[in-house]
Design a protein around this ligand. Structure first.
Ligand SMILES: Cc1cc2nc3c(=O)[nH]c(=O)nc-3n(C[C@H](O)[C@H](O)[C@H](O)COP(=O)(O)O)c2cc1C
Length: 187
């Protein structure tokens, strides 16, 4: 079983990239988690799309997601919503519209995220839901993982040092993998 995980931050010290790496450490046997990022995807421009098609990096990510059994979005929160950078990457991946069924439709998707504040991306995770619905994805709602106070649960190297959060992440990954196994990827 293959999961593609995308962290939605470009920051070298990103808590969300660190959370994705920790998710890899806690991925149960029998499943693989491929770590991906949004780096290299330009701002969406319909003129560029019309003249040149999809940027190579967006096309590459599309193919990786299409070949996987599931997608894990690791989302930061900006102004109580989805960071534009992350949404932009997914927006490019939804082009052309005719490819949405191949890449997204019916595909299981998990949502987790980390922020230094108290609420740990509650609002940005909620903001993703209409997007996932529009794409016909199959979100897993079995557990919620909001990692708040991120500055305290990761060390300076980005390692997850909080045992309680690690246990919750382990449970999340186990539950998500069980869901993927039962859900399949077809619509
Ligand atoms: C423009 C901007 C808006 C932000 N708004 C929020 C917010 O609404 N809620 C929140 O918890 N953190 C907010 N933050 C703080 C981010 O959670 C913090 O920068 C976090 O480290 C970003 O994720 P990253 O570590 O993966 O890059 C904001 C940061 C920026 C740059």
């Amino acid at each position: 079983m293959r999961i593609v995980g995308i962290a939605g931050s470009l920051r070298s010290g990103s808590f969300n990239a660190a959370l994705l790496r920790a998710a890899l450490e806690e991925c149960p046997p029998g499943a693989t988690l491929e770590i991906e990022s949004i780096r290299g995807i330009p701002l969406y421009d319909g003129d560029v799309e019309a003249a040149q098609g999809i940027p190579a990096r967006a096309a590459e990510l599309k193919d990786k997601v299409a070949a996987a059994d599931a997608l894990l979005l690791v989302t930061p929160e900006y102004n109580n919503s989805i960071p534009g950078t992350f949404k932009n990457a997914i927006d490019w991946m939804t082009r052309p519209v005719a490819d949405i069924p191949r890449v997204f439709k019916g595909r299981p998707v998990g949502l987790i995220g980390a922020s230094p504040g108290n609420f740990g991306t509650v609002l940005s995770q909620s903001a993703w839901l209409p997007v996932l619905r529009t794409l016909g994805m199959r979100p897993w709602f079995g557990q919620l993982l909001y990692v708040g106070s991120a500055g305290k649960v990761f060390d300076a190297s980005g390692k997850l040092t909080d045992d309680a959060i690690r246990q919750r992440l382990r449970n999340y990954m186990a539950g998500f993998v069980a869901f993927i196994g039962g859900a399949g990827t077809t619509s």
